[in-house]
Design a protein around this ligand. Structure first.
Ligand code: T3D
Length: 262
């Protein structure tokens, strides 16, 4: 059985990693279910935002090391490449390339690939109880599941080095200072504040959000001329959406826009 709960809340899908007894460590069944749930959310036009969170006191502590215990005890390292190809790379790409906003709602501790999943999301909203440790170095691995790509881009190279090599816990307030998370609320407020933020994103101009995500990521690697050309193409398409008409009409009529994600 997988440790994943998936529920719809309005136009948002909430995906909860729910193996609290193992701090939501990622076993094969949970990763399989996560690939499916994120794929379905990506393909469903009625879903206009995706939130990823954890049940209990943790967000996610990365790979379930106990699942691999027998192999390690027998002195043979499991095939990490297989896990990366089958699970971690698809999960990372589904979150990062999802054609709608993705939000990590960080209720508690995040370690290893748990940090990687949070980094693959567009936004990270945290409880004051959240804390972060890359943890890969503790088991002599490199940060994977997209962390080598995302972390320096999110916090800058120097902070990324600090987090990966010094390996200290990053507490919520420091994570905010580093830009590792976007918001921190007192633990008791997280659920309400995050629900409000996710609902707001789900009511947003979904196609424009999707294009914004793609352009920000793509344009990290290109020169200005190419970025301007990319913007022009995306803006022409955005200008032809019914949400664009609605947004301008709402402005002219001095009312709140009611976007349909189309
Ligand atoms: O092989 C591959 O596929 C490579 C891929 C690697 C990707 C990665 O994610 S590598 C990083 C893996 N994660 C870690 O190394 C973190 C390991 N966990 C910890 O260091 C600690 O649990 C924490 C510092 C995060 C929290 O400590 P604490 O004292 O608050 O809790 P705890 O007592 O250590 O953990 C509570 C339970 O969760 C405990 O179970 P038990 O003994 O009560 O039955 C513990 O074993 C379990 N747990 C914690 N982390 C994992 C885990 N079970 C399986 N896998 C874990 N990663």
């Amino acid at each position: 059985m997988s440790g994943l709960d998936v529920r719809r809340q309005g136009a948002a899908t909430w995906v909860t990693l729910n193996r609290p007894e193992a701090l939501n460590a990622l076993d094969a069944a949970t990763k399989d279910a996560l690939v499916v749930a994120l794929g379905e959310a990506a393909d469903d036009p009625a879903v206009r935002a995706v939130a990823l969170t954890g049940g209990g006191r943790a967000f996610c502590v990365g790979q379930d090391l106990r699942e691999l215990e027998q192999a390690y005890r027998e002195g043979r390292a499991p095939d990490v490449g297989d896990a990366l190809e089958r699970h971690y790379a698809p999960i990372c790409r589904l979150l990062a390339e999802m054609p709608k906003p993705t939000v990590a709602v960080l209720n508690g501790v995040a370690a290893g690939a748990g940090v990687s999943l949070a980094l693959a999301c567009d936004l990270r909203l945290a409880s004051s109880a959240a804390r972060f440790r890359l943890a890969f170095a503790g088991i002599a691995l490199i940060p994977d599941a997209g962390s080598t790509w995302h972390l320096p881009r999110v916090v800058g190279l120097s902070r990324a080095m600090e987090i990966a090599l010094l390996g200290d816990w990053v507490e919520a307030d420091q994570a905010l200072q580093f830009g590792l998370v976007n918001r921190v609320w007192p633990a008791e407020e997280l659920e309400r504040q995050a629900a409000e933020a996710v609902a707001g994103l789900a009511a947003g101009p979904t196609l424009a959000f999707a294009r914004t995500k793609t352009l920000f990521r793509d344009h990290l690697e290109v020169g200005l001329a190419e970025a301007l050309a990319g913007e022009a193409k995306a803006q022409i398409a955005s200008g032809q959406t019914s949400d664009h008409l609605e947004g301008v009409s709402a402005f002219l009529e001095k009312r709140q826009a009611r976007f349909q994600g189309a």
